[in-house]
Design a protein around this ligand. Sequence first.
Ligand code: ADP
Ligand code: X2W
Length: 258
Amino acid sequence: MITPLIIKLGGVILDSNEALTRLFDALVTYRAAHSRPLLIVHGGGYLVDELMQKLGLPVTKKNGLRVTPADQIDIITGALAGTANKRLLAWAKKQGISSVGLCLGDGDSVRVAQFDPALGHVGDATFGNPALLNALLAADFLPIVSSIGITSEGELMNVNADQAATALAGTLGADLILLSDVSGILDANKTRIEEMTTEKAMQLIDEGIITDGMIVKVNAALDAARILGRPVDIASWRHAELLHDLFNGVPIGTRILA
Ligand SMILES: Nc1ncnc2c1ncn2[C@@H]1O[C@H](COP(=O)(O)OP(=O)(O)O)[C@@H](O)[C@H]1O
Ligand SMILES: CC(=O)N[C@@H](CCC(=O)OP(=O)(O)O)C(=O)O
């Protein structure tokens, strides 16, 4: 089978009709021109932040990961595996793409275990069983996968979506593109860095130039590049006119090298 491509969507894109229209237009064009199977993995941390604010609940992040107490995992699951997932499914349907909305637990596609009890229901993701997703791809469905996982004990876990996408890329041996609000990893002058290695990333983290969610993202991308044996791109969904080139392997953001 041709190497599948996983596109991870994060940031405020779920709140932007214009960005989603342009992204799905690019996906329709790509699917018409190429037989390479596509999958979407999505976050939605922004939606969770908004929901927490409405509910008057505090948002606490440790090293870029959301502390997820037992009494909040159900509402977070609702936001990510429910609202975010079904909103994307609705966009795909509107654009005529047959899709299936899933979480990491479906078909054991990604295995999840509790990461650190201090973070509550936060999961650590490793590769799982490719059978379900390969069957869907063979039938020409576009799988849209949220970052909610289920442990072998049957507990729901909130997984950072970059880590979820990396684990799924491992499951499928897929190429991986992480699309975010920013054009790539930025240096101290806010200029996009074209290529990133482990050494360079460690240095920029030490210097406080890579912070917060970008630490999690670059580490996930470095893991993926190592596991897959090929580069992973971090780029922006805002540059819709460049997405087709990006899907074809042209670097437009930061290319993460193993
Ligand atoms: N050096 C950096 N370059 C770019 N973004 C950075 C950097 N350091 C921290 N960030 C922050 O990381 C964010 C991207 O991480 P995150 O919010 O987790 O993305 P997403 O929601 O798309 O997964 C950027 O919007 C920016 O605020
Ligand atoms: C454990 C953890 O931090 N989970 C993330 C999952 C969503 C996510 O990663 O969303 P983005 O990709 O849009 O940032 C969260 O709750 O925000």
